[in-house]
Design a protein around this ligand. Structure first.
Ligand SMILES: Cc1cc2nc3c(=O)[nH]c(=O)nc-3n(C[C@H](O)[C@H](O)[C@H](O)COP(=O)(O)OP(=O)(O)OC[C@H]3O[C@@H](n4cnc5c(N)ncnc54)[C@H](O)[C@@H]3O)c2cc1C
Length: 545
């Protein structure tokens, strides 16, 4: 097998890897990106219907947030690569069994009017938080995610020095659960926030302390759900085209088996089929830490403490985090018509729709069951009808549906294999739950199919145990601890090996933040010219009022 030489070899072609690769290729380095599947984008991946032509399904990310305003979008000129984001005005909705509906609009004034129908006090609180904490959200929350992590003690010391920092610490010391109770009186609104909290995977259970500010952050930024025209795949395609435009190479169907270590440094990688891709300068891995450290590098090159720490790195529900989903994919002859549309017709136009949770206790109960390995089926689901906003997703007059529910990877003592026995009955329960709120779905279903947590792992092997965050978002694995404290600065365990992807700070979801932070860390470490303007968390926090 012949060798191929590049300056840099990047493992995996998810959006984070492509963001990092984009900065490298745009700076003139020859970059090879190696991807196990036939597609670029990883969890930004859209697939044609297996049953009926003309329908597009999202097997991974559906709700992208605020993407065109993220720093890498502009730095990498992504608007020049055919990417177009649609920003639904009825951003989030929650139909209730009593016939009412709660809506978070893109426009905060419209949201105020919706919440006012439940509680005038809550409506005023919402608008007050939305405006009052916007700057704090940008300066502290955003800058923390878009900078390499700093040690927790240093973080606290820095924040204590300014008025804004102290106010943040005060708000954040509560649990998200206490925070929603302190701020709002409407049970449905409290439930809605806790649902968003869990979906974003900010932390394990919402009763954990030091999660309070996430509720404020979701008020400031919680109306920014959007979707790329043509499907999430378009984000991967645009990033891939951008890398190629700058001279990079992408190799699909190339599963990496090993990092080649020569004279103590990462010198290239070997694919499972024996092809070798040599890296004159360095290697970047974007996949799960377990593969990077234990499969690609191998235990013999690791200190025993490091090998043990990586063996202890936890995924998904076994780490008591909720980035694991069971999905329903379906097509219908007409869009869902909620009973609650008599109260507010705009619920039928909501993008990110929470169905079935009505009180904070519903959310906690469900999460508790998931942790115990019980697939619950009859509680809350997250739903969307992307074809309402993007007509490329379904043929004329038809619609494509997606619904997710938090689920365990392993079904109690029966293990993950049990999902293959129960997928159809579980799917039926999920449809029934949605039909309770939108009865017309029942008579209009054209087809439906399921995606279990093991299916997710089979498809993207880095999402171990189905964990879409690629590692539980728990305090011992967040920030300065992600993936492990020894290697949280985007550097791998051998010289000239760097890390990016959701296994690094700040974790999963379509944010590009790990990819962006890794680029910053690599350029700094390699003494390369940083031609963009990354925020410096220490500087921003020191200069706050
Ligand atoms: C059902 C589901 C719903 C989701 N919904 C949302 C949502 O609405 N909003 C949101 O923001 N996020 C959502 N996510 C999460 C989101 O998809 C991920 O967090 C995100 O894709 C992680 O990006 P990444 O670039 O770090 O890794 P990935 O996207 O996982 O990319 C990693 C890539 O590496 C490749 N790879 C793995 N091993 C190897 C190897 N040995 N050799 C070569 N290549 C390899 C994989 O094939 C993959 O393409 C969802 C995920 C799932 C599963």
């Amino acid at each position: 097998m012949s060798n191929q030489d590049f300056d840099v070899v990047v493992i995996g072609a998810g959006h984070n890897a492509l963001v990092t690769a984009g900065y490298l290729a745009k700076s003139g380095l020859s970059v090879a990106v190696l991807e196990r599947t036939a597609f670029v984008g990883g969890g930004a991946g859209t697939f044609p219907s297996p049953y009926h032509p003309g329908f597009l399904h999202e097997y991974h990310s559906q709700f992208h947030r605020n993407i065109p305003n993220l720093p890498w979008y502009e730095d990498l000129g992504l608007d020049q690569f055919g990417l177009e984001y649609i920003y639904p005005p009825v951003n989030n909705g929650m139909p209730l069994s009593d016939g009412r509906a709660l809506i978070i609009h893109a426009d905060p004034e419209e949201t105020r009017k919706s919440i006012e129908r439940f509680s005038k006090k809550d409506a005023e609180t919402y608008v007050d938080i939305y405006h009052r904490y916007a700057e704090m959200g940008r300066n502290i929350w955003f800058v923390r995610d878009y900078s390499p992590p700093i040690p927790p003690d240093e973080e606290a010391d820095l924040l204590k020095k300014t008025k804004m920092g102290r106010e943040f610490l005060e708000l954040n010391k509560n649990s998200a659960y206490d925070m929603v109770h302190e701020l709002f009186e409407t049970p449905a609104l409290r439930a809605f926030y806790l649902f968003l909290f869990s979906v974003r995977g900010y932390l394990p259970v919402p009763t954990v302390e030091n999660t309070g500010f996430s509720i404020v952050a979701m008020t400031v930024m919680g109306n920014k759900a959007m979707l790329p025209r043509g499907g999430a795949r378009q984000l991967g395609n645009a990033l891939g085209s951008m890398v190629i435009h700058h001279g990079g190479f992408i190799f699909p169907a190339t599963e990496v088996a090993e990092i080649i270590i020569q004279n103590g440094r990462a010198a290239g990688v070997e694919a499972v089929d024996g092809r070798k891709f040599m890296a004159k300068k360095f290697v970047v891995s974007s996949v799960d830490p377990t593969q990077t450290f234990l499969r690609f590098v191998g235990e013999k090159h690791l200190d025993s403490g490091v090998a043990d720490a990586i063996k202890g790195y936890k995924y998904g529900v076994s780490g008591k985090s909720f980035g694991v989903l069971f999905a329903l994919h379906a097509a219908v002859n007409e869009a869902p018509n909620y009973t609650a549309s008599r109260f507010d017709p705009r619920i039928n136009q909501a993008f990110n729709t929470c169905v079935g949770y009505e009180t904070p206790e519903d959310v906690l109960h469900h999460l508790g069951e998931v942790i115990e390995g019980k697939p619950t089926q009859d509680i809350g689901i997250q739903c969307a009808v992307p074809s309402l906003f993007d007509r490329t997703r379904a043929p004329d007059g038809k619609h494509v549906l997606i619904a997710w529910q938090f689920a365990p990877y392993s079904v109690g003592d029966l293990g993950p294999e049990e999902w293959d026995n129960m997928r159809e009955t579980y799917l039926e329960k999920l449809v029934s739950r949605w039909v309770e709120y939108a009865p017309n779905i029942a008579d209009n279903l054209m087809y439906k199919f399921s995606q279990t947590p093991p299916d997710t792992e089979r498809h993207l092997i880095n999402m171990r145990e189905g964990d879409f965050h690629v590692g539980a978002l728990i305090p011992s694995q967040l920030g300065y601890n992600r993936p492990i404290p020894q290697y949280s600065q985007y550097r791998g365990p051998v010289d000239k090996l760097y890390l990016t992807g959701s296994g690094t700070h700040p974790g999963g979801n379509i944010t590009g933040a790990p990819g962006y932070n890794a680029a910053n860390a690599i350029f700094q470490n390699e003494n390369m010219d940083i031609w963009w303007n990354p925020p410096d968390v220490r500087k921003v926090w020191a200069e706050m009022d």
